[in-house]
Design a protein around this ligand. Structure first.
Ligand code: HH2
Length: 292
């Protein structure tokens, strides 16, 4: 096994520092939307969203990702005002209460700015900073930034799955986004990269990206991966979106074995346990017993 980011290093996000490289961090997904592909409408009420976030932290989440826009193909577009209304209360309450860094999953610089003012310290931008104002917002706040790979936008992305070599092409396109962020004044220690499982990729391409996830560590930044409940699992197992827990666990186990830095998941309790057991196996030494 070729270790992914075997050297421990730090990801800076506002006043927070995330230790990467020792164990895989678990990012809990909180979609405050009516239409997200796997959990839409379940936690639209801010009180329920805050309670779900508090529960995720109790279950072992290392960070929480709050989103107010579904990126599912065919999802309704959301205005800045609506997206802000969905996420602001939740971000403010969680940033004050839970003690783990809160990230905002948005492509809109104004939403990112509002959420950072409300206490978020990370922007998770699935467009990789497509709106040029995003980098300025992140730089001004000293926030962390997840640059995810996608082509086109969620409505058109599945028309852009033409790759000569999916791993090399996605890595090169991500490297170009990293260069743009750095050119806009964001220090590399604030950046994290994500190959964007399910975004402008076929099921087969997602599987190859997961197989070769080590290739992304070569960018020299923390690597985040979001396999949770995604359709490649449905294609392999023939299961609907609400029957992908075990398939998600398999993908998370693979990623933890490969030393991926962060996994973004809906089922925090289960995936934290998967991660800890896989790490115990991966790092086992003759003569040593687990702490228990
Ligand atoms: N996947 C989704 C949303 N945001 N962010 C990152 N960095 N990586 C991902 O793989 C990723 C992401 C899609 O999943 P979900 O949030 O469950 O659905 P929706 O976009 O429909 O809200």
């Amino acid at each position: 096994m070729k270790p992914v980011n075997a050297e421990p290093f730090r990801w800076r996000a506002g006043d927070r520092i995330l230790e990467c490289g020792r164990r895989t961090l678990v990012m809990g997904v909180l979609n405050v939307t009516p239409d997200s592909f796997s959990d839409g409408g379940r936690i639209l009420d801010p009180e329920r969203a805050v309670a779900a976030g508090i529960r995720m932290v109790a279950d072992g989440a290392d960070l929480l990702d709050v989103g107010g826009e579904s990126t599912r193909p065919g999802a309704e577009p959301v205005s800045v005002e609506e997206e802000l209304e969905r996420v602001l209360t939740v971000v403010k309450r969680l940033a004050g209460d839970v003690g783990v860094p809160v990230s905002v999953d948005t492509r809109k610089p104004s939403v990112a700015e509002g959420a950072l003012d409300a206490g978020a310290t990370i922007v998770n931008d699935i467009s990789g900073g497509a709106d040029p104002r995003m980098f300025g917002v992140v730089r001004a706040a000293g926030a962390g930034l997840v640059l995810m790979h996608m082509r086109g936008d969620p409505a058109t992305m599945q028309e852009h799955t033409d790759y000569a070599d999916v791993v090399a092409d996605v890595r090169a396109e991500l490297a170009a986004r990293v260069d743009s962020a750095v050119a806009a004044g964001i220090a590399r220690e604030h950046l994290c990269v994500d190959p964007g499982i399910g975004f402008a990729k076929t099921a087969g391409q997602n599987l190859v990206l997961l197989r070769d996830i080590d290739a992304f560590a070569e960018l020299g930044l923390p690597v985040l991966v979001g396999p949770s409940r995604k359709s490649f699992i449905g294609r392999v197992l023939g299961t609907a979106v609400d029957e992908r827990l075990d398939g998600t666990a398999a993908a998370v186990a693979w990623l933890v074995a490969r030393r991926v830095d962060i996994v973004r998941v809906h089922d925090v309790r289960e995936m934290v346990r998967v991660a800890r057991v896989i790490e115990a196996i991966r790092d086992a030494r003759p003569g040593e017993e687990p702490a228990g």
